[in-house]
Each structure stands twice: as structure tokens, then as C-alpha cells.
Design a protein around this ligand. Structure first.
Ligand SMILES: Cc1cc2nc3c(=O)[nH]c(=O)nc-3n(C[C@H](O)[C@H](O)[C@H](O)COP(=O)(O)OP(=O)(O)OC[C@H]3O[C@@H](n4cnc5c(N)ncnc54)[C@H](O)[C@@H]3O)c2cc1C
Length: 456
């Protein structure tokens, strides 16, 4: 923190909101409880309470809030759209800077670029781009904000064909730093901040206020195929998928889902193409390699779209209360065996492991540095508060065991409530060291909260 910050007095907080275009509430205000509750998407109750919440309406509000926090020794956390499973922007002290009302989109159709403010969600951006025949690898949830998604890396739609991690399709980031200065970070300007902004995730040391995106032509033909596989044979199926080396424009995902007969694996492939014939060829590149006894087709060449991908993701996450954790691994089949052993003990049949084929992309030089051919994430979900602890313990035991197979983890879906002390696991060692150095250099006073949110 500041060496000698001025302790905050009631008068300071009365005058501060008058400088804002937006609004601010302290913990003592009657509206605070409602503001706190509506800050997070997760239906669980988070019991971390910032002293102040600011709903910014302008870039000046962001700079004023950071200056106010710095002057009074308050640490700042930043909220984009509030979709962090761990609610990691909620801290016990300091000032929560809510940027969700900054939600402008500007598209330059000729250049194939767009710039978005932090409150913009995936669905709105895709609709704005589609009007110009463009697309961007947003996340799979339609309401998920671009800002937390991109700052943590972002595993987006058609990611294997479109730069792997969505942050690699960001050309520049406008940000307000710990000194309250508005800076543009790009390959040419403040390159170290640009490096950090592409994957540094929760614990970054600035507020990002605009992202400049490189867009792609919208594929004219998106189709999906689905196959059913016995849970006991998922490892074999994953080995076959690896052997077939799926083409980049084919997104390949296994969901371990439950029905009345128990758990099974649903393999879904999404082809991003310009014509139906091209899409069929993409699907066939994999399906022709799969033994029929291993993968029974249950849906063939069905029309899809960004909107149906969003709806599918929303339908998969509907139980209300959530925790997530993940690993990246080159040992996908071994990870599937660990999942199969733990699933019968899951307190909730709705909890959903996903195994996503990533392959071995060449990573840009950026903070995002997690490697592993398979992304193995689990979304524990359940409807009742009484089951919170059982689900927490189940997910922890599962990922304690999977950790032995990990070659990395994805910071945005890492269980920061239980593992934030292990956040280094989400980065290559040299990248983690560099991120820590950059934090010390750009925010020596600790104006921005660090990644650590668990209380142990
Ligand atoms: C339904 C659902 C679907 C999802 N699908 C995907 C997916 O397909 N691919 C994927 O990769 N991830 C996915 N995620 C995870 C998602 O990437 C994270 O939850 C991400 O944090 C969401 O962004 P947000 O703006 O809501 O972040 P918030 O929850 O608002 O904030 C999380 C953290 O991000 C940082 N942050 C956010 N905005 C800013 C900012 N402007 N400046 C500085 N720091 C900021 C802060 O450290 C903050 O604590 C999904 C999540 C959900 C709930």
C-alpha cells in the first residue's frame, strides 16, 4: 500500500461520490447488500465484503476511484461482468470497482477490428460483429463478459483455428494503472503491460477499460455432430481422438453427463466452415477414424451457430450454485480414469466434467503460458445451500488427485477459493516470475488486490 495513506474519514467518503458520474456505496449504506448480491453471477453466497463499491460510468470515474483508493490505503479489485466462479473480485477490504456499465462496442468493418469496453458480453459482441460478417472467439457462455475472459486468456469458440487463446487476438488494451494514468498497452506501447494483460488473470495490477480486437470472417456454415460413448471407454476414445489429429477448425469436446442409466460420455464436434461440404469433411476427418463400437452417432451434421453454442452452454450450467477447477494435461486418458473413479461419489448428478481437445498450439509470448493437450475442467453444480460443503470437498479431492497429471491450469476456472496460494501452477515458471516482477514494478504500493483470496 501507499507508505503513508490518509485514513478514510466519513467526510472523505461523502465528497468522493460527488466527483463521480456513477455511484458509490459504503458498507454502511442501506443499498450495499443489494449491490453486493447482484455483483456475482454464482448463486452461492460469498461472504467477502469490500468496504466500498463503485459503479463507474466513465473513464474519469475509474481514475478517480483508483486515486481515492491509493490516497486512503484501500486496495482495489475490478469487476467486469461478475462471472468468476470464485467471485474473485470480492475481497474483504478495499474498494470494488464495477466496470459493467462501461459497455460500448465499436466495429470497424473494413479493418475487421472492434473495440469493446469491459462490460460487453459475448452474445452482444457476436451480434454486433455478425451484422458485418465478422466474428470473435468469445467464451461459450453468452452473457460472460469479455474483460475477465480475455485478461485470463480465454478459451473461445473455434479457438484452435483462431489463435488458440482469445487474448492472442487482442491487438491493444487501454488501461488505467495504479497511478491513475490512462495508458495504451500494445506490442509497441508499454509492451510489458500488454504481455501481462494477455493471460495474467485475476491479480493483475490495473483496470482494463477497452480491448482492441482482431476479428475473423464469420464462418458461413457451422455444424455439430454428437456421439455417445461408455464412461469406462472414454480413455480409449481420447486416445483415438489424439491419433486422428483433428483439423484446427473442428472443435472437439467430451462431456461426462448423467441420465437415468448413469454417466456416459457425450462427444461433440463443432465444424467451422464456409460450405456444408467443407463442414462435413471436417467432421469426417475425425469420425472416419473412430471405431463404431466406441462412439455411437446420436446427431449428425446438425446446423449450429454462435447463438446455439451460447444456449447449449447455458443449458449445461443451470443448477444455480457453482464451483470450478481444472487442469491441462498431456495424459488425457489417465485424467478420464480419475474422473470416472470420482464421479460415483459426486454429491450432485448435475456436476459436469469436460474434456476439451487442445492439441499443441504455438503460444504467443504473453502471460498465458499453460500447456497441455487436454483441458480437463469440472463444473460442480447443485441447487441447495445445504450441499455446498459436500460439493466443495468432492471437487477438491478430485483435483488434488488430478494435480499429479497436470502440466498447467487455466487461471479463469481454477478454484481460487481453495487454491489461490497455488496460482503459480497456472503459468510457466518464468512467466509467473515475470508477472510478479511486473506487479512489483507497476504497482509497488499494492493499490490493486493480489490474486490471493482464500483466507488460509
Ligand atoms: C457460464 C460461464 C461460461 C464460461 N465460459 C467460458 C469459456 O467458454 N471459456 C473461458 O475461457 N472461460 C469461460 N468462463 C470463465 C470466464 O472466463 C471467467 O469467469 C471470467 O472471469 C469472466 O469474465 P468477467 O468479466 O465476468 O470477470 P469478473 O468475474 O467480473 O472478474 C473476475 C476477475 O477478472 C479480473 N477483471 C475483470 N475485469 C477486469 C478489468 N476490466 N480490469 C482488470 N481486471 C479485471 C479481476 O481480477 C476480477 O477479479 C465461463 C464462465 C461462466 C460463468
Amino acid at each position: 500500500m501507499q507508505p503513508h495513506p490518509e485514513p478514510i474519514g466519513a467526510d472523505d467518503f461523502r465528497t468522493f461520490p460527488r466527483q463521480l458520474d456513477g455511484k458509490a456505496r459504503s458498507r454502511h449504506h442501506a443499498e450495499y447488500a443489494g449491490w453486493h448480491r447482484s455483483a456475482y453471477w454464482n448463486g452461492r453466497r460469498f461472504d467477502r465484503f469490500p468496504e466500498y463499491i463503485v459503479r463507474a460510468q466513465s473513464l474519469d470515474d475509474v481514475a478517480h476511484s483508483i486515486d481515492f483508493a491509493r490516497a486512503h490505503g484501500l486496495s482495489v479489485s475490478v469487476r467486469g461482468s461478475g462471472h468468476s466462479y470464485a467471485g474473485c473480485f470480492l475481497r474483504d477490504t478495499g474498494l470494488l470497482l464495477d466496470l459493467s456499465a462501461l459497455d460500448r462496442i465499436e466495429v470497424d468493418a473494413e479493418a475487421g477490428t472492434a473495440s469493446v469496453q469491459p462490460g460487453v458480453g459475448a452474445r452482444r459482441l457476436s451480434a454486433a460483429l455478425a451484422a458485418h460478417g465478422l466474428a470473435f472467439p468469445t467464451g461459450h457462455g453468452g452473457e460472460v463478459g469479455l474483460s475477465g475472459f480475455l485478461l485470463g486468456g480465454g478459451l473461445g469458440i473455434n479457438f484452435r483455428a483462431w489463435s488458440d487463446i482469445s487474448a492472442f487476438s487482442v491487438r491493444a488494451v487501454d488501461l488505467i494503472d495504479a497511478q491513475g494514468r490512462l495508458l495504451r498497452a500494445s506490442a509497441e506501447q508499454h509492451p510489458e503491460l500488454f504481455w501481462a494483460a494477455r493471460g495474467g488473470g485475476p491479480g493483475l495490477f490495473f483496470a482494463a477499460v477497452r480491448f482492441h480486437l482482431q476479428c475473423r470472417p464469420l464462418p458461413a456454415c457451422i455444424t455439430s455432430c454428437a456421439y455417445r460413448c461408455e464412461l469406462a471407454r472414454v480413455g480409449e476414445l481420447m486416445d483415438e481422438i489424439e491419433r486422428s489429429a483433428p483439423p484446427p477448425a473442428l472443435q472437439v469436446m467430451l462431456a461426462l453427463v448423467a441420465d437415468s442409466g448413469g454417466r456416459y460420455a457425450l462427444l461433440t464436434t463443432l465444424a467451422f466452415a464456409d460450405t456444408p461440404a467443407q463442414a462435413q469433411a471436417l467432421h469426417r476427418a475425425l469420425s472416419s477414424q473412430l471405431p463404431p463400437a466406441l462412439a455411437e452417432p446420436v446427431g449428425v451434421d446438425e446446423p449450429s451457430s454462435f447463438e446455439s453454442i451460447y444456449r447449449g452452454s447455458e443449458a449445461m450450467l443451470s443448477a444455480g450454485r457453482y464451483r470450478s477447477d481444472n487442469i491441462l494435461t498431456d495424459r488425457g486418458a489417465d485424467a478420464a480414469r480419475v474422473l470416472a473413479a470420482h464421479l460415483p461419489r459426486s454429491p450432485s448428478p448435475a456436476s459436469l466434467p469436460l474434456l476439451i481437445w487442445r492439441g499443441e498450439p504455438a503460444l504467443a509470448d504473453a502471460a498465458f503460458s499453460a500447456r497441455g493437450r487436454w483441458f480437463v475442467s469440472t463444473y460442480a453444480q447443485w441447487p441447495h445451500e445445504r450441499d455446498d460443503d459436500a460439493n466443495r470437498r468432492w471437487l477438491k479431492a478430485l483435483y488434488d488427485e488430478l494435480a499429479g497429471l497436470a502440466s498447467g491450469c487455466y487461471i479463469n476456472e481454477f478454484d481460487l477459493e481453495q487454491r489461490s496460494a497455488q496460482a503459480a501452477r497456472c503459468f510457466a515458471p518464468a512467466h509467473w516470475t515475470r508477472l510478479r516482477e511486473l506487479r512489483r514494478r507497476y504497482d509497488p504500493g499494492g493499490v490493486f488486490h493480489d490474486v490471493r483470496i482464500d483466507r488460509r
